[in-house]
Ligand binder design. Structure first.
Ligand SMILES: NC(=O)c1ccc[n+]([C@@H]2O[C@H](COP(=O)([O-])OP(=O)(O)OC[C@H]3O[C@@H](n4cnc5c(N)ncnc54)[C@H](O)[C@@H]3O)[C@@H](O)[C@H]2O)c1
Length: 328
């Protein structure tokens, strides 16, 4: 396959590029490097600096590349994704995330490219009414980020229906870990996710971390979430792209593990490496006690089976963070 990966210099997009290349595909990356890193782009991928919200940037990439060989599939990772920031800057989020997708689809139709793989999120479910999330559950996002993703999902569905195109929409749960090569991983300032924060605390990069509430109805009172290794997620993208291309069908699929770990269980796992200094503080508004993804559909349609466990997720995150310290 020849694949255009928009946002391929970011955390998840760069891992998808690595897996696409391991699977012997031809990869072109377009990214504006707003949160991505040029060094994350695999050496065998072609890179274009460009912004998805500028039609001329998209057209330039499609014009040059499709003259050589049309793309089989376009993958979209190019979003802004910080929930509190989206509450303060909703217009920027709708512009980047929704208008970016609209322009991408417009250019795809102009160049007759018929397959799109889209990164969506568990945030489209809002505050779920049940612990295990299934794809047909009600969607009611509670912030502009989640809403921008749901709006994009809907637009993709209508456009694919009108232009006889196929989509693969993936709704991710909590993504963590790093590629086994340790060449890429989650390297950002102000990380907000539990695993990297616990690892940073264990490595002494942070003094102390907060645990928001220990009085939930869970195994130990702390919130339970579903964690998925970024390389498992990336492999699902390879399978999803092949599926829609070969079957001429569209799919909407959760990517999670069907299982959950509490905050304290995650801290215990990290403590196998080093002590984690933490304090219990009051609950955060809007945090459900448990949130787990049903991955039955991903397994049955794509034959996708996550191969990394929570121990691998934490091990690769720790090893990656150590390489960052050593390379400073
Ligand atoms: N990280 C998670 O836990 C998570 C969870 C659910 C869904 N997602 C989705 O996965 C996707 C990738 O997330 P990530 O964690 O890799 O984030 P990231 O910030 O590391 O990657 C996003 C990439 O897109 C690029 N980009 C952003 N706006 C662009 C634009 N206008 N034009 C061109 N490039 C642009 C950035 O420079 C960056 O390289 C996003 O769509 C996000 O909504 C992520």
């Amino acid at each position: 396959m020849k694949i255009l990966v928009i946002g391929g210099a970011g955390y998840i997009g760069s891992h998808a590029v690595y897996e696409l290349i391991r699977d012997n595909n031809e990869v072109v990356v377009m990214d504006n490097l707003s949160t991505g890193d040029r060094n994350f782009v695999h050496r065998d991928a072609k890179f274009y600096l460009g912004d998805i919200t500028k039609k001329e940037d998209l057209v330039e990439v499609f014009r040059i590349e499709c003259a050589i060989k049309p793309f089989d599939v376009v993958m979209h990772f190019a979003a802004k994704l910080i929930v509190p920031e989206s509450m303060k800057m909703p217009l920027e989020y709708y512009h980047n995330n929704v208008e970016g997708v609209r322009l991408m689809l417009e250019v795809m139709t102009e160049f007759n490219i018929r397959n799109v793989v889209f990164s969506s999120t568990a945030a489209v479910y809002g505050n779920p009414t049940k612990y295990i999330c299934e794809e047909d559950d009600y969607t009611l996002p509670i912030n502009p980020y989640g809403d921008s993703k749901l709006a994009s999902e809907r637009m993709i569905k209508w456009v694919c229906s009108a232009f006889n195109m196929n989509y693969c929409i993936f709704r991710y749960f909590n993504v963590a870990g790093a590629d086994e090569s340790l060449e890429i991983g989650l390297n950002k300032n102000n990380l907000t996710h539990l695993i990297p924060i616990a690892v940073q605390t264990a490595l002494g990069i942070k003094d102390k971390m907060k645990v928001f509430g220990d009085d939930y109805d869970t195994v130990d009172g702390t919130c339970v979430r579903d964690y998925i290794h970024v390389s498992d997620l990336a492999i699902a993208h390879v399978l999803g792209a092949k599926y829609i291309l070969n079957n001429n069908k569209s799919i909407l699929v959760n990517l999670g593990s069907n299982d959950g770990y509490s905050v304290k269980q995650i801290i215990d796992e990290v403590e196998k490496y080093a002590h984690v200094n933490y304090e219990i503080v009051s609950r955060r508004e809007g945090d459900p006690a448990k949130l787990i993804a049903s991955n039955d559909r991903a397994k049955s349609i794509l034959g996708w089976i996550p191969k990394y466990g929570i121990d691998d997720i934490i091990r690769t995150d720790i090893e990656y963070r150590k390489t960052l310290i050593n390379n400073k």
